[in-house]
Design a protein around this ligand. Structure first.
Ligand code: TYM
Length: 331
């Protein structure tokens, strides 16, 4: 059985971008693979959350993982900081990672631009910790969105480097789990090319959004004044509406609005109404399950406890073997 590892930072609630990037198809994925899904709480510390926010965000993601369909009986669900072996692996890997290559990472450069007052060392070494997350379970496949492609490439570089230095094939080179297609980037409702919590709350549809909240957000989505001649290219905002529709609506619905656009007969109000209805239908079962799970504290705790135990077992084995390969021996 192949091993799958994926993580999500607890920075709020899961949105449709997270869902289509990292969780799409995971009902099937957990049947066919040995899956480890974790909540990357160490990673989220780069933005300095308050202790209270951190705890509630971790709990939210735990609940939302299960509500979205991850089955704790089949997949190992855990909180990253419950498996501190990842810190040791990260430290060991970091000895063969160069500052220059970390400084060239696109997400690091973006953070430097966006938050020049908080360029902490955790941001710089972020890809090393992420590689450790993945290599800790010697993963074959990593379901992620397009934005994580470079991090995954670095994970393969670090793994390959380790294998070369110690002349073995210990680490596999993990590939993105793309579900047989391209890696996706779900756009925002505000015209931005990536649905992301940090930009604008209204650009995100959360799995925990009530139907009326989804309807309001979609009806307010940015569009334009409409095409004036056939074949006119779409503006980014309108392209986003079509991409979102492609994600949640039936193919013939998408085709209908595509034809309307091409004939310059499109009414964005109608399109948004349809998009809202399809998003609600898509999100509602997960939303209802979230509400139920929020009341089941003992169960949530049990999932985290048992997941941590299983993950620690796998992690301890890897760290023990890596120490041995490196030559760390206890006397
Ligand atoms: P994070 O927390 O930013 O996002 C979690 C997952 O959601 C995907 N994603 C998207 N996919 C498509 N369209 C979008 N608009 C969109 N927004 C987010 C991300 O690609 C990701 O798969 N560094 C990671 C967390 C992490 C991790 C790992 C992932 C830490 N260790 C090990 C995989 C394996 C991150 O910040 O994702």
């Amino acid at each position: 059985m192949e091993r799958v590892v994926s993580g999500i930072r607890p920075t709020g609630f899961l949105h449709l971008g997270n869902y289509f990037g990292a969780l799409r198809n995971f009902i099937k994925m957990q049947e066919e693979n040995e899956c480890f899904f974790f909540i990357a709480d160490y990673h989220s510390l780069t933005t300095h959350p308050t202790p209270k926010d951190l705890q509630s965000n971790v709990r939210n993601i735990l609940i939302e993982y299960i509500a979205a369909g991850l089955d704790p009986e089949k997949a190992t669900i855990y909180v990253q900081s419950d498996v501190p072996q990842v810190c040791e692996l990260s430290l060991l890997l970091s000895m063969n990672v160069y500052i220059g290559e970390l400084q060239r990472v696109a997400s690091f450069k973006e953070k430097v631009r966006r938050q020049p007052d908080n360029v902490n060392a955790g941001l710089l070494t972020y890809p090393v910790l992420m590689a450790a997350d993945i290599l800790l379970h010697r993963a074959d496949k990593v379901p992620v969105g397009k934005d994580q492609e470079q991090h995954l490439e670095m994970t393969r570089d670090f793994a390959q480097r380790f294998n070369r230095i110690y002349k073995n094939e210990y680490f596999k080179l993990p590939m993105a789990y793309n579900f047989g297609g391209e890696l996706v980037k779900i756009p925002g409702l505000d015209g931005s090319t990536k649905m992301s919590k940090s930009d604008n709350e209204n650009s995100c549809i959360y799995l925990s959004d009530a139907p009326e909240v989804i309807r309001k957000k979609v009806m307010k989505a940015v569009s334009d004044s409409g095409p004036t001649e056939p074949g006119q290219p779409k503006t980014q905002a309108v392209e986003n509406l079509f991409q979102l529709m492609k994600a949640v609506s039936a193919p013939d619905t998408l085709q209908y609005f595509e034809e309307q656009y091409q004939n310059c007969a499109i009414r964005y109000g109608d399109m948004k109404k349809q998009l809202a209805a399809d998003m609600i239908a898509f999100v509602q079962p997960v939303y209802e399950r979230i509400l139920e799970l929020r009341e089941q504290d003992d169960y949530i705790r049990k999932v985290a406890r048992e997941g941590a135990e299983r993950a620690r077992e796998s992690a301890a084995k890897t760290v023990r073997e890596v120490r041995e390969i490196i030559g760390i021996k206890s006397f």
